[in-house]
Write a protein that binds this ligand. Structure first.
Ligand code: APR
Length: 205
């Protein structure tokens, strides 16, 4: 896994945070918490959900069934990390992103809310580093460029209210997804640096 873009964001009164883009498999990254693109039934599935459950083992599904009755779209729930603890992951946050239905069904608010809730839960659990996939941008069909913009804006804003989180990493599985996030990060960097002169985009493509 190679980090290719890092945005350093100043936070008045708190340690600065970084938003990073990496290309690779989220089940291999060493962070305190990883976010899963789950469904509202918390029933498991394909995509990154399948990969995380396979890597973590059956313990996750047992805990989900015991503690939660599903997860409304736009929200998230937290569990332990099963076998992912082997490389330092302590929490898995299962977020329910929206299915893309053309853009008129509140998709943007729901996607933003899925990221913000995930970041809040990570902060409450004391996580300092969190990895995200491109929620809703696979099976759920959210257009990549829009999904990337919503994701990065939400995480930048959420870092303001989750001061314990110092590092947010988007782990992007395909070249297309990575390219869409890199473009959106460059736009966010330009906008953020006008408001916060300490903001810097490093190591971009
Ligand atoms: N690491 C990182 N990203 C991954 C991985 C992985 N191991 N596997 C897939 N991805 C990427 C996909 O390429 C896509 O960019 O995660 C992004 C999200 O895609 P999906 O996993 O299809 O998630 P989503 O679009 O939110 O759909 C959720 O799919 O798996 C089911 O149970 C899940 O019903 C839910 C739905």
């Amino acid at each position: 896994m190679s980090d290719v873009a890092i945005l350093r964001v100043d936070r008045p009164g708190h340690a600065p945070a970084t938003i990073e883009l990496a290309k690779g498999d989220i089940t291999t990254i060493e962070v305190d918490a990883i976010v899963n693109a789950a469904n509202s039934a918390l029933a498991g599935g394909g995509g990154v959900d399948g990969a995380i459950h396979r890597a973590a083992g059956p313990e996750l599904m047992v805990e989900l069934g015991a503690r939660y009755r599903g997860c409304p779209t736009g929200s998230a729930v937290i569990t332990a990390s099963g076998r992912l603890a082997g490389h330092g992951v302590r929490h898995v946050i299962h977020a329910g992103g929206p299915v893309w239905r053309g853009g008129g069904s509140d998709e943007e608010r729901l996607l933003r809310s899925a990221y913000l809730t995930s970041l809040r839960l990570a902060g409450e659990a004391g996580a300092r580093s969190v990895a995200f996939p491109a929620i809703s941008c696979g099976i759920y069909g959210y257009p990549l460029d829009q999904g990337a913009r919503v994701a990065l804006d939400a995480v930048r804003d959420g870092l303001e209210t989750a001061p314990s989180v110092e590092r947010a990493v988007f782990v992007l599985f395909s070249g297309d997804t990575f390219a869409a996030f890199a473009d959106a990060l460059a736009i966010l960097a330009k906008r953020t640096s006008q408001e916060r002169p300490g903001t810097r985009l490093e190591d971009s493509r």
